[in-house]
Design a protein around this ligand. Structure first.
Ligand SMILES: *[C@@H]1O[C@H](CO)[C@@H](O)[C@H](O)[C@H]1NC(C)=O
Ligand SMILES: *[C@@H]1O[C@H](CO)[C@@H](O)[C@H](O)[C@H]1NC(C)=O
Ligand SMILES: *[C@@H]1O[C@H](CO)[C@@H](O)[C@H](O)[C@H]1NC(C)=O
Ligand SMILES: *[C@@H]1O[C@H](CO)[C@@H](O)[C@H](O)[C@H]1NC(C)=O
Ligand SMILES: *[C@@H]1O[C@H](CO)[C@@H](O)[C@H](O)[C@H]1NC(C)=O
Ligand SMILES: *[C@@H]1O[C@H](CO)[C@@H](O)[C@H](O)[C@H]1NC(C)=O
Ligand SMILES: *[C@@H]1O[C@H](CO)[C@@H](O)[C@H](O)[C@H]1NC(C)=O
Length: 780
């Protein structure tokens, strides 16, 4: 598991070898849901007895147990040999046994952050995309009485985002604790941060004892990621958020500034690796945190963590934990991942979580390049270092790389790749690709360059992730990068200026999909459409750890209160905040009702009034944005919801051949189709002829008589029939079912449409509410 901030490095790190068959490692032994017939100590004994049955001695069983999951999740984490794991997996009452480590432990969380004091903070960032959001905040009392749990790298308690002045009392239902540890005691929790815990056993059994000079054995965040995500959900409104006092000032605020936060630290630094390479989070630790969070009484969980490759539900700690959370009405928001633009890359695909993609804001940190031929090339940066207003020699990195660098990597400014002799005193132009963006800047600085221009490579489009580089620098899109490259090639003595950054608000088109955002189809189950929604995740300002530099490079000793960070890690807490506001307004709504409201009211247009595009300017589709872009104000009044119960999910699990998550539930004899699960979206894979699915909507709008009319934009090459096409509700809370039949149009466009997937929409409209669902169909 890894934290999902953006990544553009493809460094592969060598792993401790664990695969040999005699070697022990941590496994999770999962029994499903607790029956509720045992006391906590009985559960522990019961887990112990299973473990003892495969171990030589009682003592060996005792020391090999890491966690006994006792509250909602029934299972344990223990050190086992593959033989012992396989013995346990054969027991009928065991749902699954899976390793605590992701098989592919590819750590490449290069965050590219930046921090600045901007003219607008998160509050304004949200405002731009929340029409009448002030009204929503007021209706939701800013999230008062709602508790949001955040699984991440902890938090930095001294940040102003966690102040508790004028906060309401801690809800009586709250059962969590403030766990003391390194540089952390109970005084660091308050009415804002009502609980804080940490989970390290899975990490330590893999890496050995935590290095406590690098990280704190406590909820304290020495990384910054957890501070950023948790303050994005629920940070207080802080005026005068400024970057090192030198850039513009503004107000920073979480999306739901009066929610209570509960911090679960599950992600830790990787020994011997620079923080720029990210953190790691283990299944065993996350499951323990989720089991506690459910029991502690959180209402919403925000989890910006995922796997590098898609994992089946019964072997995915987040999916398992989230199912138990959803049973208790907890809304779980998860990031989709940063493995775009390739298809089929998303993590957290379970239908019971909200899977969030990332898109841009309408803001830029404009820092143009002026070329010697007078051409002005648009660029973006948040670095605070500046060049004088004169032209400097400009050079392409590919022309000054030392001879041992391979051709395809020249021009990328990888560590120790530039000739100091040739870089000295120049602005160096590098391409993105392998290596981290901030690391390339570090290399230019090492080689004696005085400025750095980072160009998007072919296929990366115009999306710019603004970074806090360690020297004067700017980043340019693919199109602009080609202009610079051509200019350098066209003249003997190329020169350039980099102008200082200025914040520009209201840029268009916005939003567009980030190129890094992970995409569908959902390879775990192609009949469940994922992601569900998109939210801002590009260049997001939020609070930062006082123990990590904004670039996360070890050689960078700057300390900042605020940082700018990009990734689906940043978009997920936006959706968690919106869910918290909805929970405050509609405390009895189920997790699925809240997800449905967010999805069916999401927007499809950018601020130019045209359909949302990708970073290249091509039309985007539901494999990138799900139902569309987050519009929380509309979500508060969705008209209809597609509700889904815990037993619906269990039935769905039966249908995909994964029964047993809850032993008190018996699979129905006749299993419904997987795409009959009552989601506010429809995915049909490998359609042969035609298929009919059922959906049920609940009226949560008008109290009196209301009629909804169906309209369809069918996927190209398919006919779609809705039956009935008018739904008449007599009262609030009433449910109505309807059928969707999708049929392939025979040979209509044979040889014309070679598209594997086609997209369409279904909407219900009552004159006030539009309740829209995406559809995706493949017949190949
Ligand atoms: C908690 O830590 C703070 C400093 O971070 C210290 O001032 C305070 O005395 C500590 N409180 C307790 C109860 O140990
Ligand atoms: C812990 O980290 C520090 C700083 O990186 C390093 O100097 C020290 O050797 C590490 N300790 C252990 C036991 O690895
Ligand atoms: C930079 O120099 C150009 C002329 O070389 C001038 O037009 C421009 O105003 C200068 N900008 C600043 C910020 O001084
Ligand atoms: C190239 O060689 C130098 C030493 O001559 C070394 O420091 C550097 O890491 C090498 N670079 C690559 C990319 O192999
Ligand atoms: C990264 O380097 C590898 C090995 O040289 C190469 O195959 C790959 O295309 C590079 N990736 C990018 C994005 O440049
Ligand atoms: C979006 O609208 C703005 C202002 O109306 C216009 O300048 C810009 O060219 C438009 N962009 C696109 C991509 O259509
Ligand atoms: C498609 O349906 C037809 C008729 O029901 C059947 O004969 C055929 O085998 C099916 N094809 C596939 C690929 O399932």
């Amino acid at each position: 598991m890894e934290i999902l901030s953006t990544i553009f490095s493809l460094f592969l790190f060598v792993l401790p070898i664990l695969a040999s068959s005699s070697q022990s490692q941590v496994y999770i032994v999962y029994f499903g849901e607790h029956k509720g017939d045992k006391k906590l100590h009985e559960i522990e004994e019961y887990h112990h007895s299973y473990l003892a049955s495969v171990k030589e001695t009682e003592e060996e069983a005792r020391v090999s147990m890491l966690y006994s999951y006792k509250h909602s999740i029934n299972g344990f984490a223990a050190t086992l040999t593959p033989t012992q794991a396989s013995k346990l997996s054969e027991l009928e009452e065991v749902v699954s046994v899976f390793p605590s480590h992701p098989r592919k432990h590819k750590m490449h969380t290069t965050r590219s952050w930046e921090f600045v004091g901007l003219e607008e903070g998160i509050k304004q960032q949200l405002h731009m995309h929340m029409d009448k959001s002030e009204a929503l905040l007021t209706r939701a009392k800013y999230g008062r009485n709602v508790i949001v749990g955040v699984l991440d790298s902890g938090f930095w308690p001294e940040s102003k985002s966690y102040g508790d002045e004028d906060m309401g009392p801690i809800p009586k239902s709250w059962k969590g604790i403030c766990q003391e540890g390194d540089a952390f005691n109970s005084s660091h929790c308050n009415r804002k941060v009502v609980g804080a815990r940490y989970y390290v056993k899975g990490y330590e059994s893999y890496y050995g004892p935590l290095n406590r000079t690098v990280d704190c054995l406590s909820p304290r965040d020495k990384d910054g990621h957890g501070t950023h995500t948790s303050s994005t959900v629920g940070g207080r409104t802080v005026p005068d958020a400024a970057f090192m006092g030198s850039l513009a000032q503004g107000t920073a605020s979480g999306g739901a500034p009066l929610v209570h936060l509960a911090i679960y630290k599950v992600c830790w630094g990787i020994p011997g690796k620079d923080k720029v390479n990210g953190n790691t989070c283990f299944e065993a630790d996350m499951l323990a945190a989720m089991d506690d969070a459910i029991n502690d009484g959180v209402h919403v969980l925000s989890i910006s963590i995922g796997t590098t490759t898609p994992v089946k539900y019964h072997e995915d700690g987040i999916s398992i934990g989230a199912l138990h959370a959803v049973k208790k009405g907890i809304v779980v928001a998860c990031s989709a991942g940063n493995y775009g633009p390739q298809p089929g890359t998303l993590s957290n695909p379970a239908p019971w979580v909200i899977t969030v993609g990332a898109s841009s804001l309408d803001r830029k940190f404009s820092a143009p390049v002026v070329l010697g031929n007078g051409l002005i090339v648009e660029g973006e940066t948040i670095t605070t270092y500046r060049l004088d207003n004169i032209s400097y020699p400009l050079v392409y990195a590919g022309e000054i790389t030392i001879p041992n660098v391979t051709r395809e990597l020249s021009g990328q400014c990888l560590p120790n790749s530039l000739s100091s002799e040739k870089a000295n005193g120049k602005i160096v132009f590098c391409f993105r690709g392998n290596g981290t963006r901030v690391g390339k800047g570090m290399e230019v600085k090492r080689a004696g360059g005085i400025g750095y221009i980072l160009g998007n490579a072919k296929g990366q489009g115009e999306e710019i992730v603004a970074d806090p580089h360690v020297l004067p620098a700017t980043s340019v899109g693919e199109h602009e990068a080609m202009k610079i490259y051509k200019y350098i090639k066209s003249t003997k003595f190329p020169v350039a200026k980099i102008l200082p950054a200025a914040t520009v608000v209201g840029t268009s088109p916005a939003p567009f999909m980030a190129s890094f955002t992970s995409r569908g189809p959902n390879v775990v189950d192609p009949t469940i459409l994922k992601p569900d929604i998109t939210a801002p995740g590009l260049n997001i300002l939020a609070a930062w750890s006082g123990a990590d530099s904004p670039s996360k490079l070890a050689s960078d000793d700057r300390i900042v209160e605020w940082n700018i960070y990009s990734g689906t890690s940043m978009s997920c807490p936006h959706v968690a905040a919106a869910a918290a506001l909805l929970k405050a307004i509609h405390p009895t709504w189920s997790s699925a009702a809240i997800r449905s409201s967010l999805m069916t009211t999401a927007g499809l247009e950018n601020n130019n009034g045209t359909l949302i595009t990708d970073a290249m300017g091509n039309p985007a589709n539901p494999f990138q944005y799900g139902a569309g872009h987050l519009q929380p104000t509309k979500a508060a009044d969705p008209g209809l919801v597609y509700d889904t119960s815990y037993t619906d999910y269990l039935t769905y699990l039966c249908s995909i051949g994964m029964p047993g998550f809850d032993s008190s539930f018996k699979c129905p004899k006749v299993l419904p189709k997987t795409n009959d699960l009552n989601t506010p979206s429809l995915a049909i894979s490998k359609l042969n002829g035609s298929l009919t699915v059922t959906r049920t909507v609940t009226n949560v709008g008008h109290p009196g008589k209301t009629s909804y009319f169906a309209s369809v934009k069918p996927p190209m090459g398919y006919r779609v029939k809705i039956s009935p096409s008018i739904l008449i509700f007599k009262h609030k809370g009433q449910k109505k079912s309807f059928k969707i039949t999708v049929e392939k149009e025979r040979d209509v466009i044979q040889g014309v449409s070679a598209q594997e997937y086609e997209f369409g929409w279904l909407s219900w409209f009552d004159g006030v509410h539009t309740v829209r669902s995406p559809m995706v169909v493949s017949s190949a």
